[in-house]
Design a protein around this ligand. Sequence first.
Ligand code: AMP
Length: 317
Amino acid sequence: MKLFKEIYKLIKKYNYIVIARHIGADPDALGSQFALKELIKENFKDKFVYAVGATASKFRFMGNLDKPENLDLSQTLLIVLDTPDKKRIDGIEDINDYGCIVKIDHHPFVEEFANIEYIEECSSTSQLIFKFVLENKLKMTKKIAENIYIGIVGDTDRFLHDYTTNETVELVSKLLNMSNIEFTDLYSSLYSRPLSEVKFQGYIYQNLELTKNGVAYIKLTDEMLKKYEVDSASAGNMINDLKYVNEILVWVFFSEDKKMDVIKANIRSRGPIINDTASKYGGGGHKYASGARLKSWTDADNLIKDLDEIASTYSAK
Ligand code: AMP
């Protein structure tokens, strides 16, 4: 693949490399980020490589983030992973300060911001990083393989989602054969959660509202999150579990984040395409898995109305 070769050449050229990914880090964002950082360090021993962005304590077992200081950014390569648009890049003040920018992403295209953009809609950015490993015959440690595996499993929700293809499964098989990782051991780190979160899930299930066209939603206020001792990211980890409920076609969790002064919306669908609706509210994402950061509960109500409309049109087809 021509672009992978070009990206490899750029990595070879630059001694200082910063790797970023999207805000609200998830296992694929972090898995691809840590895997690429370690790959560069393992295969080019003299490089300085930094993984930047806010920490997510839940996923600390995957690796540590860096806070680079006094870098000459004009001589630094910035690699942005798993992020289709500038506004969602975490931990970078101004991308224009960097000598060169590379994007590797599996989301639908939103905007061009890098000198080289490798975009392929597939299961995960971690899948792309593994293809990069194969293409360039890179050396891989056990930790690298584990982070790639976690990234793929995280974003496909254990191979449930529609971006899971023959290629995904073939690549995972290759990854396991090459690395011999004990992949079932990784699940306890990835999925362990406190009882408070399970009780909170019970609250969500008990209190879901359903529109007449099959849009399920719940509004989780700061007060409610405090009561259940969970944070505004917790509901997002549970959104995929409603995928196979007969009465639900589209579903959305709203979680208030007082600190950031936003209401996070996690949106999912098993039929209607939702990312256009998410974009209307400043968000975006995949056809059936999207998100947005809203300014008010009025926006949340309007989003529910819009989703109900697309659910109605879809059902009428
Ligand atoms: P989440 O519900 O946070 O798991 O996000 C689902 C998908 O929507 C992911 O592909 C995200 O990259 C995308 N997404 C989430 N929040 C936003 C946002 N505020 N703006 C654009 N895309 C988003």
